[in-house]
Ligand binder design. Structure first.
Ligand SMILES: NC(=O)c1ccc[n+]([C@@H]2O[C@H](COP(=O)([O-])OP(=O)(O)OC[C@H]3O[C@@H](n4cnc5c(N)ncnc54)[C@H](OP(=O)(O)O)[C@@H]3O)[C@@H](O)[C@H]2O)c1
Length: 334
């Protein structure tokens, strides 16, 4: 049987495990040109929270009763595409289920000898690319500049901070546990970091760590953390808005200070982006990320939940900050 996790209810506020339902269906049969893939790993990501809402966004919502969407690593078990053989390991987008059929053009074959295959859902996949293009293309950081990263111990944030270090910047991270702060400073070599859950005056802490102002801000979280960074910008600062996770579960939009006049004071640029905007340049981004990875300059952590049935728990835990680095679910073994 094919176990599938579907959307059972649209959450208000924070999602609950009961918003998902595990169902069973027959294992699908691949048609002409198609491939049957068994899921090995599943990625759970913040954007999935948006797909659970019935609201207009950059992608269509998941409908009630539909299988949750998501990036996967899978093993080819049957193939009607001459480009894929049984036993190939592929990166796919087949969602929260044990098995799926996919077209060959939607799969990327992975070589387990080059890097652990899970990195294709992380630092050598959409996560690394988000950090790479969001930081370099939007912010153009220069050696010696001060870069602040929020959500810094998560998948995107830890990659963005390390890329800033590779480019010769001073990096300050913001994250939600003391263990994450220790990781950022002592494992990844950030110049400073603070725990926003125990240090209430974000604005003063950022001023202390960035006495000459923040030249570049890579924003994963929004809300009061980002307000505090904006008050500490340097002249000609660049802000890359990757995500606003602090707002994904709020039921009513939060009121905040009106910050636009600060953009005049600091002559600052703020730009949002989607990693998919850069699809024509993914090859070039992956080549550079892979080179840094091979040289040992780009490290990564993974938090792995066992079992497809625990994907909702892993997803909710990630939204609560239980993950260090990339949150994955191991669905089956090779
Ligand atoms: N623009 C794009 O194309 C693109 C692509 C991928 C991801 N993203 C965005 O990048 C961001 C990070 O994604 P990710 O996949 O790397 O996830 P992640 O950072 O690995 O996991 C989410 C983290 O968010 C933090 N968090 C949760 N609630 C928070 C709050 N209220 N305030 C501050 N931090 C909070 C938690 O860490 P703490 O312990 O630090 O709280 C949690 O570990 C998200 O905003 C996501 O939407 C954007």
């Amino acid at each position: 049987m094919n176990r599938q996790i579907t959307l059972a209810a649209r959450p208000t506020g924070f999602p609950k495990e009961s918003d998902f339902r595990l169902i069973e269906s027959a294992i699908p049969t691949p048609g002409p040109g198609e491939v049957l893939v068994r899921t090995l790993y599943l990625s759970v990501d913040p954007y999935m929270r948006g797909r659970m809402n019935d609201a207009k966004s950059y992608a269509a919502p998941v409908q009630i009763g539909e299988v949750m969407v998501g990036g996967t690593i899978g093993l080819v078990e049957q193939s009607n595409d001459p480009n894929f053989r049984i036993g190939d390991i592929v990166a796919a987008n087949t969602g929260w289920q044990d098995y799926a059929v996919a077209k060959g053009k939607d799969l990327r074959r992975l070589d387990p000898n080059l890097a652990p295959v899970t990195t294709a859902l992380g630092v050598l996949g959409h996560i690394g690319l988000t950090a790479y293009f969001g930081l370099i293309d939007i912010c153009d950081p220069k050696p010696g500049e001060t870069v602040v990263v929020s959500g810094a111990a998560g998948a995107v944030g830890s990659a963005a901070g390390q890329i800033a270090k590779i480019l010769g910047c001073r990096v300050v991270g913001i994250a939600g546990t003391d263990a994450k702060i220790d990781y950022l400073v002592n494992e990844l070599g950030f110049e400073a970091a603070f725990n926003y859950k125990t240090i209430p005056d974000y604005r003063a802490k950022i001023r202390e760590f960035c006495p000459n102002g923040v030249d570049v801000y890579f924003d994963n979280v929004g809300g009061p953390i980002s307000d505090a960074v904006m008050f500490n910008l340097a002249v000609h600062a660049r802000v890359s808005v990757s995500g606003q996770i602090s707002q994904y579960n709020v039921e009513k939009p939060e009121m905040g200070p009106r910050l636009t006049s600060l953009l005049v004071v600091y002559r600052a640029k703020v730009q949002g982006f989607l990693v998919t905007d850069y699809a024509p340049h993914f090859g070039e981004g992956l080549r550079e990320l892979a080179a840094w990875f091979r040289e040992g300059k780009l490290k990564y952590e993974e938090t792995i939940e066992e079992g497809l049935e625990n994907a909702p728990r892993a997803f909710i835990g990630m939204l609560q900050g239980k993950n260090l680095g990339k949150q994955l679910v191991r669905v089956s073994g090779v």
